[in-house]
Design a protein around this ligand. Structure first.
Ligand code: ADP
Length: 517
């Protein structure tokens, strides 16, 4: 038998390669640069762990998180494969010891954080050993266009400068085509082979709903219909993680909170309780996730809007890694988008602010859209698929009564038109609902004929109507999120086209409590 199949079977215990694994393994054996995009659970580790066992030297794996490295090292050691890490979590003595082993050629794998490559001393050690190839895990962190840019990853352009003849294999679960190209150029990959798996996860059933009040009733209803399953609930804040875990415990579920504010001991305890199934539910901030190798997570709930679709896709990807049917459920509200926007505006670099806002905008459009969820996710990663038909709420909800909101749409479009298409949605709703806010009065918008004409509808109903107009591109968002009317919008404004909205969307909108948006 070909040696690679033997290793696959005898050492890793798998009968056959999964999609892309064999192709990637072959490229690595042939010392080619490779960039592989495989969804979470796709089996990336095997792609870069197997080839080393057919080679003499050591493989250097660069990974962003100590917890991730620890998991991988443990898994390799369990297979009797020598692997160590050098990191800030290990003592200087331990690191010197590991470096010595490395120089003696005793290690098949060395795991390091990207910042190691700023150390000339470390680079000098690597130059003295036989390196099979470099592996860059979570390679999207290289790209500022990605969702988890890490400045330390930028140092990795040094790899090709110092080791021009050593292949680099980069892996990630999530990258748009733009991020993919950026990874290849930032790492100076030489004629890299690209592998990109389909983004669709056909064992995930996706549901997205506007959040009513604090969403707790909706979460309880979900848990009641998915009894006894284990899963993760992602919350926006640490406080919310704590209060939700407490609430679920009081309601009879075994749940614990996990977030960056807990002590390391407590975090390990919760992590282990979940992995070893002492508890069913972890209520967490995004601090929980990277590196959990638990294949039977049956659901992932988001209690609010994630920052980007990349984050969302990665988080929901933690469900059903074993291929069994799993459920993902998100609650959102317009106010989440506002909070996220503030977060983005307060953070970082101007150059990337707009990218952040655009990504957030897409995330919100995903929520309010009537299109197939799977198709939208695939489309975001520039992958064309057919509508799932059976695996998302939009495809399975069937015929929903339609409400004719043409007249309301005309009022909304008219308010936009009369205020010269220079204002965002909040201001337009203020005009329609006769607000006395100072900005509105300063612009004299209380004198417009549409002022106070929309008082019969709640703010959230107006948001739902505007969302629909944006979804069908009757409205677009201009600079500073000012609403602009398209030619289709003009037709609706003139009464030549009608606008219908799903009755459940409007119904829920009228139930949602007014929130400060
Ligand atoms: P990723 O890093 O892409 O999220 P992992 O490398 O952690 O995924 O693999 C996910 C799971 O799939 C692991 O439990 C792993 O043992 C399993 N796996 C990987 N390759 C195969 C294979 N060829 N056959 C069966 N199981 C596999």
């Amino acid at each position: 038998m070909n040696k690679k199949y033997q290793i696959l079977k005898d050492i890793f215990g798998h009968e056959q390669f999964r999609s892309f694994q064999e192709e990637v393994v072959d490229c690595i054996i042939n010392k080619q640069d490779v960039l592989t995009i495989l969804p979470t659970g796709g089996g990336k580790s095997l792609c870069y762990q197997l080839p080393t066992l057919l080679m003499d030297g050591t493989t250097v794996v660069i990974s962003p998180l100590i917890a991730l490295m620890q998991d991988q090292i443990k898994a390799l050691n369990d297979l009797n494969i020598s692997a160590e890490m050098i990191s800030s979590a290990t003592s200087n003595d331990e690191n010197s010891f590991t470096l010595q082993k490395l120089l003696n050629g005793e290690l098949k794998f060395i795991y390091v954080a990207p910042e190691r490559f700023t150390s000339n001393e470390f680079v000098a050690v690597l130059q003295r050993i036989n390196i099979n190839y470099f592996v860059i895990d979570e390679a999207h962190c290289v790209s500022a266009w990605g969702h988890e840019f890490r400045a330390e990853y930028r140092n990795l352009d040094r790899l090709k400068r110092f080791f021009p003849n050593t292949a680099i294999c980069a892996f990630t679960a999530t990258a748009t085509k733009k991020v993919e190209a950026d990874i290849a150029s930032s790492l100076n990959l030489q004629n890299p082979r690209h592998f990109r798996a389909k983004t669709v996860r056909d064992n995930l059933d996706i549901k997205v709903e506007p959040r009513i009040a604090n969403g707790k009733t909706q979460i309880l209803n979900f848990l009641k219909t998915h009894k006894g399953l284990c899963g993760i609930i992602y919350t926006f804040t640490r406080k919310e993680a704590e209060s939700t875990a407490e609430f679920l415990s009081e309601s009879g579920y075994s749940a614990k909170a996990y977030h960056a504010g807990l002590s390391n001991d407590r975090k390990n305890e919760v992590f282990n309780d979940f992995v070893y199934e002492k508890i069913d539910i972890v209520v967490a901030t995004i601090a929980f996730g990277m590196g959990i190798d638990k294949s039977n997570i049956r659901f992932v709930i988001h209690t609010s809007l994630p920052k980007t679709l990349e984050n969302y896709y990665q988080e929901i990807g933690r469900a059903g890694r074993d291929g069994e049917m799993s459920y993902v459920y998100m609650l959102y509200s317009k106010s989440d988008e506002v909070k996220r926007k503030i977060q983005i505006e307060e953070a970082i670099d101007n150059a990337y602010k707009q990218t952040g806002l655009d990504k957030l905008e897409f995330m919100y459009r995903y929520c309010v859209s009537n299109n197939c969820r799977h198709k939208m996710i695939a489309g975001y990663f520039e992958d064309e698929i057919e509508a799932c038909k059976t695996l998302c709420d939009n495809c399975t909800k069937g015929e929903v009564d339609q409400v004719d909101v043409s007249v309301d749409a005309q009022k909304l479009l008219s308010a936009i038109y009369r205020s010269e298409q220079r204002f965002g949605l909040n201001h337009i709703i203020d005009i329609l609902r006769g607000s006395k806010n100072q900005k509105l009065l300063d612009f004299g918008h209380d004198k417009l004929s549409v002022y106070n004409l929309g008082i019969d509808k709640s703010k959230n109903e107006w948001i739902a109507i505007a969302d629909k107009l944006i979804d069908i591109q009757a409205l677009t968002l201009g600079e500073f999120r000012a609403l602009k009317i398209s030619s289709l919008g003009l037709e609706i404004l003139k009464g030549k086209e009608k606008l219908f909205i799903d009755s459940d969307k409007l119904g829920i909108a009228s139930k949602i409590q007014e929130e400060e948006t």
